[in-house]
Design a protein around this ligand. Structure first.
Ligand SMILES: *Cc1c(COP(=O)(O)O)cnc(C)c1O
Length: 416
């Protein structure tokens, strides 16, 4: 609500035109829809509730981001009522506002105010963040459209992306410019990549790997010093990782569904892979846990215990405090990017895209973006039990079409 007010003040100050479409990214910003209804109901020529709701919906898009119900903001209805009774939106009937978020449907809790449900009721267009996540979201919110098949629930998908100039290593861009000249700037000319010799690609890959190895050694030393180690005890960190060994990366902000420690399920097998006589691998794992997330913290402890073992610590490194600065060295420096979430809980995932932009191969569960981008040649799919979601390469929803204009019809979410 404050955001809309700030926007209006900005428009007044600068004379900029009013926005035509509002986008609510998940439920957190949902009350902006109520603020806009308040504006319309308090205007010189005031609209009724029904008119204001319809006008607001016609210019609002809602994006749902999480297939984990625990990730959705839910409050007690009485708590929301407390604030609106105090006059936050004085021209809007409080009962109508409360009904927007009420879980008054099969298997809902009518005493709960659900921000995602409000978001869907306030927006005429709604989407998930990958094709598979669209399928999952249509199932998850189907109770809002009673009588519709899951496939006809009007939630589509727009797959997330990453900002390419930020995530392509400058040395990769430089190689492209050297080899392709002006054509490097042409979209759709990735076929030119096949003209680059294997030697040039491999020399570049090695250079990126060397940068990662140096960065890992520096960070590891800093982390051990923070844990109280003296310089004299840290000589071993100079030989952590080897720029000529296949490097696998994995990074998580450690929600449990990402299964950071799945690789520790068979520790002896992992050790054998790391220490293989002729074809060893090395692993770089970056992580960060939320202070309130005990399961996440426990995972990190388990992993740190494994990586502390002098028998393997030159082949596996855990880096705490995963952040963007670390990520920009990590993605280009890995040959293979590993992702093993519990399908279908990774709504999209973007880490693997950043790795792919720099020539790394993905090794991932067919979840989120990888479910639609894996083509059998660009990496590997990890088989996984199908946790109740539809098969891979799920299609977008087939909304019923208007018989006269052939446009898709977008049925309203029920409020009753
Ligand atoms: C890309 C990135 C993320 C998000 O990764 P997902 O795969 O989308 O979960 C989180 N933190 C940092 C530092 C990143 O660079």
């Amino acid at each position: 609500m404050g955001g809309v007010k700030a926007l209006r003040a900005f428009q007044k100050l600068t004379g900029s035109p009013a926005p035509e479409v509002f986008h609510t990214n998940e439920g957190h910003a949902g009350f902006l829809g109520v603020e806009r209804i308040q504006e319309m109901m308090a205007a010189a020529e005031p609209l009724s509730w029904d008119e204001a709701l319809a006008a607001g919906r016609a210019s609002t898009v809602f994006t749902t981001h999480t297939p984990v119900p625990a990730g959705i903001d839910r409050f007690e209805v009485s708590q929301i009522q407390h604030f609106f009774d105090a006059g936050l939106a004085p021209d809007v009937p409080v009962a109508k506002i409360l009904d927007l978020g009420r879980e008054n449907y099969t298997d809902g809790n009518p005493f709960v105010f659900n921000m995602a449900v409000m978001g869907l009721r306030l927006a005429q267009r709604a989407n998930g963040v990958a094709k598979l996540h669209g399928v999952v979201s249509r199932g998850m919110f189907s109770a809002l459209w009673p009588g519709f098949d899951h496939s006809e629930v009007p939630i589509t998908s727009v797959t997330n992306g990453v900002h390419v100039p930020t995530w392509v290593d400058p040395r990769v861009s430089a190689l492209a410019r050297d080899q392709f000249g002006a054509d490097a700037e042409e979209p759709g000319r990735w076929d030119l990549a096949y003209n680059v010799s294997d030697e040039d690609v491999w020399a570049l890959r090695r250079e990126l790997r060397v940068s990662l190895v140096e960065d890992v050694r520096r960070r590891l030393r800093a982390a051990w010093k923070k844990r109280g180690a003296a310089d004299a005890e840290l000589a071993w960190t100079d030989s952590v990782l080897d720029p000529d060994i296949l490097t696998i990366g994995f990074a998580r902000r450690v929600p449990t569904y990402k299964r950071l420690t799945l690789m520790l399920r068979e520790p002896e097998r992992l050790k054998a892979l790391l220490l293989h006589k002729t074809h060893p691998i090395q692993l770089v794992i970056a992580g960060k846990s939320h202070p309130a997330d005990d399961a996440g913290k426990k995972m990190i402890q388990d992993l740190v215990r494994f990586t502390d073992d002098p028998a393997v610590r030159h082949r596996i490194a855990f880096l705490p405090n995963y952040d963007i600065a670390m990520a920009r060295t990590l993605f280009p420096g890995c040959d293979v990017w590993l992702n093993n979430p519990l399908r279908p809980l990774e709504a999209c995932g973007t880490s693997g895209m950043k790795a792919a932009l720099n020539g790394s191969l993905n090794l991932s569960v067919l979840d989120g973006w990888w479910d639609e981008m894996y083509d059998g040649e660009n990496g590997w799919a990890i088989p996984t039990a199908n946790n109740g979601a539809s098969p891979r390469n799920a299609t977008t929803s087939r909304l019923p079409r208007c018989t006269s204009c052939w446009r898709r019809r977008w049925p309203r979410a029920s409020t009753a």
